[in-house]
Design a protein around this ligand. Structure first.
Ligand SMILES: Nc1ncnc2c1ncn2[C@@H]1O[C@H](COP(=O)(O)OP(=O)(O)OP(=O)(O)O)[C@@H](O)[C@H]1O
Ligand SMILES: O=C([O-])CC(=O)C(=O)O
Ligand SMILES: [Ca+2]
Ligand SMILES: [Mn+2]
Length: 659
């Protein structure tokens, strides 16, 4: 038996003898014959190690805000813009900012100072009356993943390199989003435009309170030795690209956004100019509960007029991602572009599929398909020209991740990837994906190009299939149903899933979640606005709707089992190939869903849920129970008109469960 794991016999070579005498045999010991190094001290030696980055390509012509400016001037203006971002609104002008790591001794690492008096005519010249204006704020601007790794490992507890090269991090006390702590500024415009009140994710706050929290965040950030600044883009559609700036206190946050937003080229960064939207992430610092509207120590505040978001009291990085998504849910519909909480991929023939679904239903897992091009896993836009990804990266759930079931995601977890809240072996740094000690919501954030068949740029033609994913822990929805347009709209507005919360706490009962448009936490306008746009686009481009249950089969959670991922993949394959469109269908009771009688690679008996339940009576009761929950939920929408005529509204109302 070979002991080296290669299947080959072990070759045993005698070890080379150590020679301590030189060739001349003069008794002196030289360890190499190369010339001496060009450094007198270890610090000088280190300075040789780092070559300065090559200057970025000079631009020809007047291509952007900063084009045709000399390098120095351009960099100074960049810093000026960051100083303006960090300005206190009560003290008038921005802090003194300086580029580089405060810990770096070499003067080279600290470049270009910009502060209130420096060539900034608009800034009022005020006398220094507070200590914060006496210090410098060091700005770590668009650092590379390697630099961010070093920052995280040196300064942030819980940062480690895993055996595959990913950066393991901890998000602190919050390991998921805090939707109840979301606040949106209500002003004359947003009062009329946005969705407020029951069911809406937009909990009101006033402008003044926003400014109180903004000041709190800015003062906190300026009190630090250094802040991270990311200037990046959202949306791969060049006509509708949004420039975002993220100011944060942690390398973890900076690397997360580096991965999740679209990364600018050097030229694009030089011409970045003023951002369209800014996030102040002071997540380590709590909000003040004596502040009006604050009901906990966490607050994520959106101000659409100021184009700013403030984060206090949560370090969960998903707040930044989903905060920006909310902004897109406001900006894009204004331009007649539909924003979608969906994954998206494309076949070799250019057939595009959208995957809608609430958290954990399979958007990332199923859009990451080795046989198709990945356009994106979570946030998209559908315009008159087709689809575009909003993001530059993916955010995969990694609880129970396995190499053989999800090879592309597994392989994407390498150098550069942020791994949140996972547990790993102390010595080998192998990640134990099954371990829920920190949280069940363990996550990996990686740039989309880490998926080998990513479609770059992340855009595609109009979708052919619209797949609605539900993880039905009641186990009564069929693994797949073909939907007509009215049914697609009914299920899109309902946005159903039923996960089993806190599996370890002995909770046996699935709880239904209804979240309009499969993402009520992020939409800004009334759900019927998005639904009408989706209906119009699906009709115009002839897309087919499908409902896929990625949840339980053979009984509810506790008695049945989750549908095998391999079967769900075969179902999805049959949708993509078009073969499922031509299958034989039968109609189900209660939900009135069209279900196929057979699909290649899937046992036919599971296609009709009733067949898989031992206790038929329990099945019927559970089905009626779920039908009732759907009916109750939809009551809120019965008074709304969807689309231009009332025809569609009537059809949608009739497309729900019937009993
Ligand atoms: N039949 C199945 N179909 C899809 N996913 C399954 C199935 N069985 C188990 N899973 C698991 O369910 C999870 C689906 O999570 P996924 O990351 O795709 O969620 P998501 O819809 O992208 O949510 P989010 O919006 O929170 O990112 C994965 O961990 C996947 O391995
Ligand atoms: O936002 C998050 O934290 C994860 C996610 O994609 C979702 O919940 O839809
Ligand atoms: Ca996802
Ligand atoms: Mn999501």
């Amino acid at each position: 038996m070979a002991a080296n794991g290669t299947g080959l016999p072990m070759a045993r070579k005698p070890l080379a003898k150590i020679v301590t005498e030189d060739k001349q045999g003069n008794g002196m010991c030289h360890d190499d014959s190369a010339k001496g190094i060009k450094a007198q001290t270890i610090d000088e030696l280190h300075s040789l190690q780092k070559k300065r980055s090559a200057p970025t390509t000079p631009l020809e012509g007047n291509q952007g805000a900063f084009a045709s400016l000399p390098d120095d001037e351009r960099r100074r203006q960049q810093l000026q813009s960051i100083s303006a971002s960090l300005a206190s609104l009560t003290r008038g002008a921005g802090p003194k900012v300086v580029r580089g790591d405060p810990a770096a001794k070499s003067s080279q690492a600290v470049e270009h100072v910009a502060h209130r008096h420096h060539h900034h005519v608009e800034a009022p010249t005020i006398s220094v009356s507070d200590d914060s204006s006496l210090k410098f704020t060091h700005v770590l601007y668009n650092l590379s993943p390697a630099e961010l790794y070093e920052q995280a490992i040196k300064y942030e507890k819980g940062s480690f390199i895993t055996s595959s090269g990913a950066l393991a991090t901890l998000s602190g006390a919050k390991t998921g989003r805090s939707p109840r702590d979301k606040r949106v500024v209500m002003d004359d415009t947003t009062q009329n435009e946005l969705w407020w009140g029951r069911g809406s994710p937009n909990i009101e706050m006033d402008e003044h309170t926003f400014l109180v929290n903004r000041e709190r965040a800015v003062d906190y950030l300026n009190s630090l030795d250094k802040v991270f600044v990311n200037d990046q883009f959202l949306n791969w559609d060049p006509q509708n690209r949004i420039k975002v700036r993220i100011v944060s206190a942690r390398a973890y946050h900076s690397l997360f956004m580096h991965n999740m937003c679209i990364r600018p080229t050097d030229e694009e960064l030089e011409n970045f100019g003023t951002p369209d939207f800014t996030i102040y992430n002071a997540g380590q610092f709590p909000c003040n509960r004596y502040t009006h509207y604050m009901t906990s120590s966490t607050s994520t505040d959106l101000n659409l007029a100021r184009k700013e978001m403030v984060i206090l009291g949560t370090q969960y990085a998903g707040e930044m991602k989903k905060g920006l998504f909310s902004v897109m849910h406001y900006l894009m519909p204004k331009r007649q572009i539909l924003s979608l909480h969906s994954g998206c991929n494309m076949g070799i023939d250019g057939d595009v599929a959208l995957f809608f679904g609430l958290s954990g239903t399979g958007k990332t897992t199923l859009s990451t398909d080795h046989n198709r091009y990945l356009i994106g896993d979570d946030e998209h836009c559908w315009s008159d020209y087709g689809v575009s990804n909003i993001e530059g990266g993916c955010y995969a759930k990694c609880i129970d991740l396995s190499r053989e079931k999800e090879p592309d995601i597994w392989n994407a977890i390498k150098f550069g990837t942020v791994l949140e809240n996972v547990v790993f072996d102390e010595h080998t740094r192998e990640v134990e994906y099954g371990d829920k000690s920190v949280t069940e919501n363990t996550r990996a954030a990686y740039p989309i190009e880490y998926i080998p068949n990513a479609k770059l740029p992340c855009i595609g033609p109009h979708p052919k299939n619209v797949i609605l994913l539900a993880c039905d822990a009641f186990g009564v929805l069929p693994p797949v149903s073909k939907l007509n347009l009215a049914q697609t709209m009914y299920h899109f507005i309902s946005g159903y899933t039923a996960l089993v919360a806190g599996t370890e706490d002995g909770i046996k009962e699935p709880t239904a979640t209804f979240s309009a448009c499969f993402g009520a936490a992020f939409i800004m306008l009334h759900p019927t606005k998005y639904a009408a746009m989706l209906a119009e686009k699906m009709q115009k481009h002839g897309a087919t709707g499908w409902l896929v249950n990625t949840g339980w089969s053979g009984g509810s959670y506790g008695s049945g089992n989750r549908i095998k991922l391999a079967y769900t993949r075969r179902i999805i394959d049959a949708i993509h190939s078009g073969s499922l469109l031509n299958a034989t269908y039968e109609k189900t009771d209660v939900f009135g869903l069209e279900i196929p009688t057979e699909i290649e690679g899937v046992p036919s008996e599971i296609l009709r849920p009733e067949n898989t339940w031992g206790d038929k009576k329990a099945y019927k009761n559970t089905l009626l129970k779920l039908g009732g929950l759907f009916k109750n939920n939809f009551e809120t929408f019965t008074n709304y008109k969807i689309g231009k005529d009332t025809m569609l509204t009537q059809e949608i109302l009739a497309a729900g469960p019937n009993f």
